[in-house]
Design a protein around this ligand. Structure first.
Ligand code: HSE
Length: 297
């Protein structure tokens, strides 16, 4: 039996639409084994306990690449990453499935190949790359290949996930984006994305807030998220280093210094006055990415 642990991820990080993401210390774990026949999926809602399950379909894609046919499969899911909240729950299923399938079939594929398969399934690399590799990753896809680089983050940062009790599907959140952009908006984002990466790596805290701004997706998606404007405003009042929509949302992510004793409690007090229920969760960067352990039979 294989045990596999995959971190949550926060993609886009403001201006890095479809190319920046960071792995965080909130995990899904899966126990997977090859059986004599059939498919058994446990530990999830009934609607996911069948052959449309994303872990299972991702495993199948990887088995196809490897030309390997398992007789049967048993998958047990233990998930802490909330679904459809912009914290990479789909990427965790895809990466977990692909990495587990490779391991069951003999572990022939490299991490680069696993990333390419996972990226082909997800369609963009900003969640799957950090989920597989850990840390903050810049990832660029081109003709099926993924080119990536790790950003060495200053180590005294913490991420505060401000998570609502409602969901937002990535499909819905991508559907509201415009088909065309102006040069002005393109420059707005290129300049901030490059500034953000450098400011985070160098620990230039006073630049992070401006560098996190975005013109490509947040202005459109924010309308789908009740409380967005108020939370962004409050985060700035509470002096966070930066604030952005996590992935496609609806989670909002604040960056704070790890000695900031105030942000989380003051923010939670504020959230409790809003109509929808929101919870703040402090997270640290995960540097390991996906980890596989093989248990004895
Ligand atoms: N970059 C993706 C998006 C992340 O914003 O749509 C969510 O899958």
């Amino acid at each position: 039996m294989i045990s596999i642990k995959v971190p949550a991820t926060s993609a886009n990080m403001g201006p890095g639409f479809d190319c920046l993401g960071v792995a965080l210390d909130l995990y899904n774990s899966y126990e997977i084994e090859e059986t004599a026949s059939g498919v058994e999926i446990t530990g999830c809602e009934e609607c996911y306990s069948n052959e449309t399950n994303l872990i299972y379909t991702s495993m199948k894609k990887c088995f196809e690449v490897l030309n390997y046919q398992p007789k049967g499969l048993k998958i047990n899911i233990n998930s802490s990453i909330p679904i459809s909240r912009g914290l990479g729950s789909s990427a965790a299923c895809i990466v977990g499935g692909v990495a587990a399938a490779n391991e069951l079939a003999g572990g022939k594929l490299t991490k680069a190949q696993l990333l390419e398969i996972a990226n082909a399934i997800e369609g963009h690399p900003d969640n799957v790359a950090p989920a597989l590799l850990g840390g903050m990753i810049i990832a660029v896809q081109d003709k099926g290949k993924v080119y990536h680089e790790n950003v060495k983050l200053a180590d005294n940062l913490r991420f505060c996930a401000i998570i609502p009790d409602f969901t937002l599907s990535t499909t819905e959140a991508r559907a509201v984006l415009p088909n065309k952009l102006t040069y002005r908006d393109a420059i707005f984002n290129i300049s901030r994305a490059t500034l953000l990466v450098t400011a985070l790596a160098n620990g230039s805290y006073d630049l992070i807030r401006h560098a996190c701004e975005d013109a490509l997706h947040q202005p459109y998606r924010s309308k789908l998220i009740p409380g967005y404007v108020e939370i962004m405003q409050k985060s700035k009042e509470l002096d966070c280093l930066g604030i952005f929509l996590s992935g496609a949302g609806p989670t909002i992510m604040a960056i704070i210094k790890n000695n900031d004793q105030r942000f989380t409690t003051d923010m939670q007090r504020f959230l409790d006055t809003l109509e929808c229920k929101w919870t703040v969760k402090e997270l640290c960067i995960d540097h390991q990415g996906t980890i596989i352990t093989k248990a004895c039979k």
